[in-house]
Design a protein around this ligand. Structure first.
Ligand SMILES: C[S@@+](CC[C@H](N)C(=O)[O-])C[C@H]1O[C@@H](n2cnc3c(N)ncnc32)[C@H](O)[C@@H]1O
Length: 264
């Protein structure tokens, strides 16, 4: 992988971006594991992990559903190559755009975490994923409703990320928007749960710092922010890593939704 992002994903696919996803995967693994374990009774044998990045969630899925064949799909060739290096035998990683019809299937379980904010037309994408489900199959999705923090540097960071995504017609926190969709024929909303995930501020800061290094390459940031401003924000976020109070929490209000493809 190069330091230069090759996909259109806002946060890039450089080595720095992959490192950010490693930290993110480490922080959110307990919560994602808990969510996926609620799906164990469904005994899926064919699973797709969409927007799998370097494959952290795909490997977690493989642990939880050892009987399944899995495919991880991501638009970044760099992430797919990285994921492939440690792929368990039951997992295949494939480069592809999940906003286009998926080439394989049907799947008993389609999982996606932190993907929908990056798709400009997520409605049509989710509906076409529904067409790739086996009858009775499920789409399980995790996004944020919102992120609660009193840390001024984090607030500035989130405002910047939200504005950058909005510039691309995308939204950062879309959990509540997804929750409001009741009629997504032929998909049936099976469950929707809002869970608080509390992360100590210094740990959250470890996730945010790598993004600040990626941001400065984005045309939106270059047009709207001075380099000095990004440097100042990075110094403030680094200070939270180095001297922050681990008893102060950032709360990620995580929306977990499961849609089913019912028998027609
Ligand atoms: C925030 S990351 C989440 C990665 C992984 N799901 C996780 O939670 O660790 C979003 C991922 O979606 C991928 N992505 C964005 N748009 C995509 C598209 N249209 N098709 C496939 N992958 C896409 C990016 O390359 C990136 O790996």
């Amino acid at each position: 992988m190069s330091e230069k992002p090759i996909s259109s994903y806002t946060f890039g696919d450089s080595t720095i971006a992959a490192e950010r996803l490693r930290i993110l995967a480490e922080i959110f693994e307990p919560s994602t594991r808990e969510f996926l374990e609620t799906l164990m009774d469904r005994r899926p044998t064919r699973i797709a992990d969409l927007g799998c990045g370097p494959g952290y969630t795909t490997r977690l899925l493989a642990q939880i559903f050892p009987q399944a064949q899995l495919v991880g799909i991501d638009s970044s060739r760099g992430f797919i190559e990285l994921a492939d290096k440690t792929a368990p035998p039951c997992v295949r990683f494939v480069e592809g755009d999940v906003a286009s019809p998926l080439s394989s299937g049907p799947y008993d379980l389609i999982y996606a975490r932190y993907l929908l904010p990056h798709l400009s037309h997520y409605h049509s994408a989710v509906l076409q994923w529904g067409n790739c489900l086996s009858v009775g199959g499920a789409i399980a999705n995790e996004e944020n409703d919102w992120i609660e923090t009193n840390q001024p540097a984090f607030r500035t960071y989130f405002e910047m990320v939200a504005a950058m995504l909005a510039d691309r017609g995308q939204r950062l926190d879309i959990g509540a928007e997804l929750e409001a969709i009741n009629d997504w024929q032929p998909l049936l909303k099976f469950s929707s749960q809002l869970v608080p995930i509390r992360v100590p501020e210094p740990n959250a800061a470890r996730m945010f710092v790598p993004n600040l290094d990626v941001f400065r390459q984005q045309p939106y940031i270059q047009k709207n922010h001075e380099e000095a401003e990004i440097q100042r924000l990075k110094a403030d976020v680094l200070a939270v890593i180095e001297r922050g109070d681990p008893s102060r929490m950032v709360t990620f209000w995580r929306r977990r939704i499961v849609w089913l493809r019912p028998a027609s």
